[in-house]
Design a protein around this ligand. Structure first.
Ligand SMILES: O=C(O)CCC(=O)C(=O)O
Length: 208
């Protein structure tokens, strides 16, 4: 099946790599990291085959269901016997392999987010958890609808926020001190849009 061939529903962005010249961050965007055919294949397969779940978190004594669906995969030998996660699918393993070859880094887990429409998003946060270790490297792959990825410096309010459109098939690398100094979000939008899937590959050290 050929997807999106006639419609160009999912633009694939401009070719090439972009390194952002911003303080306290190492940020690299690789548009068209996956070509359109690969991206369409991964999009369709992940949309259908992923065990998407609602996720609720405690915020100020209230339980709030986040406006997106999620799924988490992690190497079973990292997790311990009582915490089994779904096994990595062939598609996830091949995406991980490409990302690892490009970054020369090894990842042992991935968080998948499904933004079903413009009502889904993620608020300002940093990916800063103890078991990521200092200066965590996060490799973020996007398939589907282009969504805006915003970054703001946590401490230097004079630095304008940055808006990066994350296109179908793109890879965004966040490294160095990014998670210590910057926050990011994917804002909701009133536009009538199609779903987007985002995968953030991480290295978790459960002994930390
Ligand atoms: O969807 C994205 O591009 C960002 C996802 C994100 O911020 C996260 O998973 O922590």
């Amino acid at each position: 099946m050929t997807l999106f061939n006639d419609t160009e529903i999912f633009t694939s962005g401009l070719a090439g790599k972009k390194v952002f010249d911003l303080p306290d961050t190492e940020l690299l965007l690789h548009d068209n990291f996956f070509n359109k055919e690969e991206s369409n294949h991964y999009y369709t397969t992940l949309l259908q085959a992923t065990p998407w779940q609602k996720y609720a978190m405690e915020i100020y004594d209230k339980t709030v269901t986040v406006p997106r669906m999620i799924s988490w995969y992690e190497d079973n030998n990292n997790l311990g016997a009582d915490l089994k996660k779904p096994n990595w699918t062939p598609e996830l393993l091949s995406i991980k392999d490409r990302v690892e070859k490009e970054t020369q880094k090894k990842f042992n887990s991935v968080l998948l987010n499904l933004y079903r429409n413009g009502n889904d998003g993620v608020g300002w946060h940093s990916d800063r958890e103890q078991n990521f270790g200092p200066n965590a490297i996060i490799a973020s792959v996007s398939f589907g609808e282009t969504r805006m990825f915003r970054l703001r410096h946590k401490f230097r309010k004079e630095i304008p926020s940055v808006e990066i459109p994350l296109h179908h098939g793109s890879l965004l690398l966040m490294a160095g001190t990014t998670q210590s100094f910057w926050q990011h979000q994917v804002p909701k939008t009133t536009k009538d849009i199609l779903p987007r899937i985002n995968l953030t590959f991480r290295k978790i050290d459960r002994s930390l």
